[in-house]
Write a protein that binds this ligand. Structure first.
Ligand SMILES: [Zn+2]
Length: 69
């Protein structure tokens, strides 16, 4: 992975561990982020879905480079 790429890492809100998934920042707040994408936490088996998230909305709720959902 290119270290110069800026990413937002997704973390599980329930167990606080990583989903091992991330969004690569485009610097365009209107960029849709994995629309209608579902993923399962490897640790607690919780399933989350990203619906109608844009990069701007993710950035507004992120904690440093982490985003809990
Ligand atoms: Zn979890």
């Amino acid at each position: 992975m290119n270290n110069e790429l800026k990413t937002i890492d997704f973390y599980c809100k329930k167990c606080k561990r990583t989903f091992r998934a991330y969004h690569i920042i485009t610097e365009n707040d209107n960029t849709p982020v994995m629309p209608n994408f579902a993923m399962k936490c490897h640790h607690c088996n919780r399933v989350v879905m990203l619906k109608n998230y844009s990069e701007g909305r993710i950035k507004a709720h992120m904690d440093q480079e982490k985003f809990y959902l």
